[in-house]
Design a protein around this ligand. Structure first.
Ligand SMILES: [Fe+2]
Length: 312
């Protein structure tokens, strides 16, 4: 499930090498981190001053409003963390253009966040907890079947960031779909009213960006339902089916389709997380995506229907 690339290997990649790994549900690791990290005085600011300045679950830069949320500080400090996150997001985007260019046309560059709090024992409400295994759903509003890609960097100088998984979406769907009430498969068609609602919100969001987070769809509601089932079910959380643990070393980076790879962060402090929404139509194996599996089941074959017609 884990594929690691060194800097040297990145120079000799086939165009679809990494995007294919992502679509198959692999976590792609880069050792060392392939993007420049903040300079030492900014690192000191992040590691020493940020933990006491958290107002929400994370400190996040939202590109659509050009603002940072979740941070409590002076105007100068706010400008500083904004600049650090904007710059990191820019570096990650440049790198992704080099290594997964086929997935990028039409992508949405979503939040870039910093996680300054130790994940172990945070005691967040279950549905917000990172310590419980889940697939991501609604990480940046409705996606209508488009994919959630996340790029992580562990900037803790001395400690690993530790993840556990219980497998990929097709595997979890096969084992737990029925118990969760998302199997057997059913069509997640968006009717004319849904499409009108989405279209109106997309238009409005050009003037009032937060409006986009009011959108939903049959797909997004089903994914959220599955996400909540995973976090609420102690039987699922305690199951050893597909269970694996991964340790991400200091100054390494990794990325995954987090709507595909189940994950929980059980310990670690100080990480950057950049989120991107990748159009499903860019995927070479749409039949492996949650959108198709929820509708047609986990066939594991490459003969499923092509990408869905555009709904937005
Ligand atoms: Fe997650």
């Amino acid at each position: 499930m884990l594929t690691t690339y060194t800097t040297q290997q990145l120079g000799t990649l086939a165009p679809h090498a990494i995007s294919d790994e992502l679509e198959r549900g692999h976590i792609v690791v880069f050792d060392p981190c392939p993007v420049p990290l903040p300079k030492s005085e900014d690192m000191r600011f992040l590691l020493e001053e940020l933990p006491g300045r958290l107002k929400l679950k994370n400190i996040s830069y939202h590109r659509e409003s050009d603002r940072v949320y979740g941070f409590r500080g002076t105007t100068q400090e706010t400008a500083r963390i904004t600049q650090i996150l904007k710059e990191h997001s820019r570096h990650v985007q440049e790198f992704l253009h080099q290594v997964i260019s086929p997935l990028i046309p039409g992508w949405v560059v979503a939040t870039c966040s910093f996680r300054p709090i130790e994940e172990q024992g945070r005691n967040l409400p279950a549905h917000a907890s990172n310590e419980l295994v889940h697939i991501d759903a609604g990480a940046y509003g409705a996606t209508h079947g488009d994919r959630i890609l996340r790029f992580f960097v562990n900037i803790n100088p001395g400690r690993d960031r530790v993840w556990i998984t219980k497998g990929t979406f097709p595997e979890i769907y096969a084992c737990w779909g029925e118990a969760a009430g998302v199997a057997p498969p059913k069509l997640l068609t968006e009717g004319p009213l849904q499409r009108l609602y989405t279209g109106v919100l997309q238009g409005l969001s050009k003037f009032i960006p937060p409006v986009q987070f009011m959108d939903s769809s049959p797909y997004d509601r089903t994914m959220r339902h599955f996400h909540n089932f995973m976090k609420d079910s102690s039987v699922f959380q305690q199951s050893l089916e597909g269970h694996q643990e991964f340790r991400f070393k200091p100054y390494t980076a990794w990325m995954a389709f987090t709507d595909m790879v189940s994950h929980a962060c059980i310990s670690g402090q100080f990480a950057f997380v950049s989120t991107f929404i990748i159009p499903l139509r860019n995927c070479r194996y749409p039949e492996l995506s949650p959108f198709y599996i929820l509708q047609y089941g986990p066939s594991g074959r490459m003969t499923m229907p092509g990408p869905r017609p555009a709904t937005k």
